[in-house]
Structure formats: C-alpha cells, structure tokens
Design a protein around this ligand. Sequence first.
Ligand SMILES: [Zn+2]
Length: 88
Amino acid sequence: MAGGFAKDGAVQEQIDATIEDAVRRARERLTKGESLADCAECSREIPTARRRAVPGVRLCVTCQAEQDKKAEIFSGYNRRGSKDSQLR
Ligand SMILES: [Zn+2]
C-alpha cells in the first residue's frame, strides 16, 4: 500500500516538474527583450518584479490601472448602449 502511494507521488512530482519547467522556459522566452525598463506612458521606471511578473510589460502600475479603468468604462458604455437599443 505504502509503496503504491509513493509511486503515485513520484509520478505527480515528475509531472509538476515538467510543467514548471515548461512555464519557466516560456516565461523566459517571452520576457527576453519585450518588457520595457521605463513606462511607455510616463517614462517612470517599471520595477523589476513587475517586469518579471508581466512578460512584455510596457506600462507602470499607475498607467496600467488608468488603462484598465478606461477599458472598463468603455466596455460598460458598450453594454449600456446595447441595453438601451434593446429597450427601444
Ligand atoms: Zn506610467
């Protein structure tokens, strides 16, 4: 019983390691030369941690939040617009 359990665990560990390795490799490839050191909007330095977390990052946290807000307003406006046309 104990032997079988250990075997299963070893296989799962191998799968996890393979996925982790693939993710790490894909992330490294994406990050290379794509993330900007300075924000494309305000030219403020983008923290290294953010550049690592977001491959190909072009905006600092502040400008990204502004863009997300704009996108939210835009999609909300679209939704409201389609609701209005349905009511008419
Ligand atoms: Zn910025």
